[in-house]
Structures are given as structure tokens and as C-alpha cells.
Design a protein around this ligand. Structure first.
Ligand code: ZN
Length: 275
């Protein structure tokens, strides 16, 4: 899944590669995927909507990647959307959910893994979680602080709610998912299953610090190494707690890394370093 750091890294690569290019042809939904989301469930409307438009910018917020086109049109990609820059027709993948051909003969190809969004729109995109992402404060802003995180938890049953649920569920922090969660909690020395009611003020402050520091490092490194960039290369951030590493010892203490299923996804943590 593309989360906050990957959408930031992708937006930079899209800017480098696609600004000024005009869309010649759009093919959507050729390989049907039941969990590929299109605007109004109508991929057939895409060619008329965006052909002839030029890419003018790309930006990321709340784990959503927006590509801005002329005349206030745009594209938005999220969740399991995977994007590739392709230079030659013969290199195109056989199966894809969105293919955009540009006036210089290059392509932007979108595929969906488990589920994800490939949206085209004019003016505004009216899907609920996009509006949430626009209106929620960025984790990189000063307003995202321990007070904010404590207020967020005040609305929950903190004796039953885990730290994982607080941070990565219900779009409370848009774009912060189960992927980035693992290394943030390792950095904060907190277990994913720990109940929010056991967190001290210092723990909340540590969580905020870890969120900002780890996500900044991930974004500056071009995303996590468990995700691919626009050229199909893994991101430059080496995950510490992930499917790539859990068979190796904890880099801090040497104990084994624990992998468990928890709240719809695997969590990876060190039972010794994280409380
Ligand atoms: Zn450890």
C-alpha cells in the first residue's frame, strides 16, 4: 500500500518525469479488477474527461497522490495503486487498470494490487476519505502534537483500543497505515497491541516525535523498501520491522522479531525493546 512517504516520493518523481506532457490516450479497466476504484464507478468516462489535458503539478497529502492537470482536472491515486513510468510500448505490462499515453510516446500505467483508487476528476473529487485527507492536519505540521494525539484518543474507549488502532485505523491519521506503523512503534519502543489507556504523556510525546522523524526519513529516502517507485525500484528506506526483516534478529538487542496477525494485517515488533 502506498502510504504517506510513498505518495510524497511518487509526487516528486511524477513532477520530474511528467510535467508538461499532454495526455493523448486513456484506457481504463481493460483488465477488470473488482477492487479497483474509479470515479463514479465509470472508467469509460475517463478518455472524454482527461484526453488533451496537460500535467502541471503533483502533490501528496494524507497518503493520497494528486496529479494536477490543466483546466482544473486531476488524477488521484491511493492505497494499493501501483504506478509505473514506461518509455516504450513494447515494455507495457499485459494487464493494467489504467493506461495513460502522452504526446511524447511515454506512458503512465496504473495497476491495483489488493485494492486501490485510480480516480480522474474535475475541480474536486467527492469521495469521503479524500475530503478527510484534505481537511486533517498533516503529521509534519506543528499542529500535529501530543495534545492533538491525546484529544484524538479521548474519543475512544482507551481501555479497549490498541496503539495500532489509534494510529492506523479509521483514517484518524490519513495515509498512516499498517505499513509505516511498524518502524514508528519500534522507534517509540511501544508495542502495537499496547492499550492506549497505559500511555503516559511522555509516551504520547514520544509517539509524535517518532511519527514525524520516521516518516520524514522514509519520505526523504524515496519511500519504504517494501514498496516500488515510479520506475519499479524499491524505495530507499530500509525497513527495520517488516516482511523483509522479521527472520533476522532485532537490530537493537539481537532478539527475534515477532510477527503476528493483529487487526487485519501483520504486525512486526521486538518483545524485548518494545513495551
Ligand atoms: Zn530488540
Amino acid at each position: 500500500m502506498i502510504e504517506i512517504p510513498e505518495t510524497i516520493a511518487l509526487s516528486k518523481q511524477i513532477k520530474q518525469k511528467f510535467i508538461g506532457k499532454t495526455i493523448n490516450r486513456v484506457v481504463a479497466d481493460t483488465a477488470h479488477h473488482s477492487y479497483a476504484w474509479y470515479t463514479n464507478d465509470d472508467p469509460d468516462s475517463y478518455p472524454d474527461m482527461i484526453c488533451g489535458k496537460t500535467i502541471i503539478d503533483a502533490e501528496a497529502y494524507g497518503g493520497k497522490l494528486h496529479v494536477n492537470l490543466t483546466d482544473k482536472f486531476g488524477l488521484m491515486f491511493c492505497d494499493g495503486a501501483s504506478l509505473r513510468y514506461i518509455e516504450k510500448e513494447k515494455k507495457l505490462p499485459k494487464r493494467h487498470q489504467l493506461l495513460i499515453e502522452f504526446d511524447d510516446g511515454t506512458y503512465l500505467v496504473g495497476t491495483i494490487r489488493m485494492y486501490g483508487g485510480l480516480y480522474a476528476y474535475q475541480e474536486t473529487l467527492d469521495v469521503g476519505y479524500n475530503l478527510i485527507a484534505r481537511s486533517t492536519r498533516s503529521v509534519f505540521s506543528d499542529e500535529f502534537n501530543s495534545d492533538y494525539l491525546m484529544k484524538m484518543s479521548d474519543k475512544l474507549d482507551v481501555k479497549k483500543t490498541s496503539v495500532k488502532a489509534l494510529l492506523s485505523k479509521e483514517q484518524r491519521i490519513p495515509g498512516f497505515g499498517n505499513g509505516v506503523l511498524q518502524d514508528v512503534l519500534f522507534d517509540a519502543s511501544i508495542k502495537p497491541k499496547r492499550k492506549v489507556s497505559t500511555l503516559s504523556e511522555e509516551d504520547f510525546q514520544q509517539l509524535v516525535n517518532s511519527i514525524k522523524e520516521v516518516l520524514t526519513l522514509m519520505a526523504d529516502s524515496g519511500g519504504r523498501d517494501v514498496e516500488k517507485d515510479l520506475y519499479g525500484n524499491p524505495g530507499g528506506y530500509k525497513t527495520i520491522m517488516s516482511k523483509n526483516t522479521y527472520k533476522s534478529p532485532c537490530p537493537r538487542c539481537g532478539d527475534g522479531i515477532i510477527k503476528e496477525s493483529f487487526l487485519g494485517g501483520s504486525v512486526y515488533y521486538c518483545g524485548n525493546c518494545q513495551e
